[in-house]
Design a protein. Structure first.
Length: 438
């Protein structure tokens, strides 16, 4: 029993923490329905508002603008007010934004609804990263993180065909009203269920001790809950910069595929709308599986078996992102099968790396700074999402091809891999300078 916490020997350890993990996963699934709704409605919105692909690129990025602007302050707000209060406000706002998109009669109103959606969903991933750090010991965080990160991929796999059916039979306004209704149901559910461990009356003492176990400390005990660092100081840390650069590259490819994959299959490969929804589900289902199996379960399994935690996470993080370079293969694909094969390789690799990346704020930052670090990496990701949305629109309009869009994405991934290798380094808490005595 040496090296293991006493509560781990209990045969019936409660699993309240996993209910929280599933709650967070359901939330990400639903808020990604709101995001993929726009890509599914590409042709309908172009027809309804009379816009070009360039304008659609700006419309796609509208959500990311306010989402990105909120990331740095939202980390500070999360560390001050906590996941429960910030999460409640966010889920209500993103529900209201979907209803607003359904009701608007103008392009300006639609832009406004997307801006509001970005504000409402801004806390989601930093809050989830903070909640996982509160609810799980380090050796379980990869799989717990993969539950909500995989939901982002699953949302495209099931959301695109589901929303597509609503759109085809009822129109784009009803598809946005549908996601608004689902979002409001989740708002009520989150309000009733989520509490931090210290505020949860249903959390048993055994499970509380298990969560607080320090048998795999990332730092000395007196470092676990240190004094909060200013945002500017965190922005100067090499590990934070390396993680932000790599995550930004991942998010560029993710949003490129999230917003433009239906249009790519339809216009470049001449697949009709209904069949494109079916084709799109394939790579996203595969990505969901690799997210859970490799980025989640395998990482935790190896760490629990005594493998070096930093090495395991770095191998999956860097290796998975390297597989993302498969996006370059899609640049010259001439058939749907060939294109989807390369896209599947790319998104599956990135999906394996993503939960590791999202587990790192609680592993490279002290507890009072986790929300801020989560906000920093998500800010980088959303700026990249803006670039992917807008730049792709210009490239497609200029060259009438998606080849250059995929080449740009591959180049950015190569830069992100360099950030993981040379800046992030060993996954551990940075050492603070010790005060000197006279």
């Amino acid at each position: 029993m040496a090296g293991k916490p006493l509560v781990e020997t209990c045969s019936r350890l409660p699993r309240r923490r996993w209910r929280i993990a599933w709650l967070l996963g359901i939330g990400v699934l639903i808020n990604y329905f709101d995001r993929v709704n726009l890509s599914v409605s590409h042709d309908a919105l172009i027809g309804a508002f009379g816009i070009s692909d360039v304008v659609f690129g700006y419309l796609s990025s509208a959500y990311n603008w306010t989402y990105a602007l909120c990331q740095l302050p939202i980390g500070v707000v999360l560390d001050k007010f906590g996941v429960k209060r910030v999460g409640r406000v966010g889920t209500f706002l993103w529900s209201a934004a979907s209803f607003a998109a359904a009701a608007t009669s103008s392009l300006g109103g639609f832009f406004g609804a997307r801006f509001l959606l970005g504000v409402g969903e801004a806390p989601a991933f930093p809050a989830n990263a903070k909640a996982i750090g509160l609810w799980f010991p380090p050796r379980e965080r990869s799989f717990a993180t993969s539950l909500f990160d995989a939901a982002a991929k699953l949302a495209s796999a099931i959301g695109v065909p589901l929303i597509g059916i609503v759109l085809i039979h009822a129109g784009w306004r009803w598809s946005f009203a549908f996601t608004g209704a689902v979002s409001f149901v989740y708002f009520v559910y989150f309000w009733r269920v989520y509490r931090d461990p210290d505020d949860d009356p249903e959390l048993s003492e055994n499970e509380r001790l298990y969560i607080e176990d320090r048998s795999e400390p990332q730092a000395a005990p007196d470092q676990i809950a240190g004094t909060p660092l200013p945002l500017g100081q965190l922005l100067r840390q090499r590990k934070v910069l390396g993680l932000a650069l790599g995550f930004g590259a991942y998010n560029y490819v993710f949003y490129l595929l999230l917003y433009w994959l239906p249009a790519y299959l339809s216009s470049a490969l001449h697949i009709d709308l209904l069949h494109s929804f079916v084709y799109i589900s394939v790579p996203w289902f595969l990505a969901t599986a690799t997210d859970l199996a490799i980025g989640g379960w395998l990482v935790d399994f190896l760490v629990k078996r005594g493998r070096n935690a930093s090495v395991v996470r770095r191998v999956v993080l860097i290796g998975g992102t390297a597989f993302g370079l498969g996006i370059l293969g899609a640049a010259h694909a001439h058939s749907a099968i060939q294109a989807l094969a390369w896209i599947s390789v790319s998104i599956c690799g990135l999906a394996a790396a993503a939960p590791v990346a999202w587990s790192l704020p609680s592993l490279i930052a002290e507890r009072p700074d986790v929300g801020k670090v989560g906000g920093i990496i998500n800010f980088s990701g959303q700026v990249s999402g803006i670039a992917a949305s807008i730049l792709t629109g210009y490239l497609v309009s200029a060259f009438h091809s998606y080849a250059w869009a995929f080449v740009v994405a591959g180049t950015y991934l190569a830069i992100g891999i360099s950030g993981y290798i040379f800046l992030l380094g060993k996954i551990e808490l940075p050492r603070r300078a010790q005060p000197t005595t006279a």
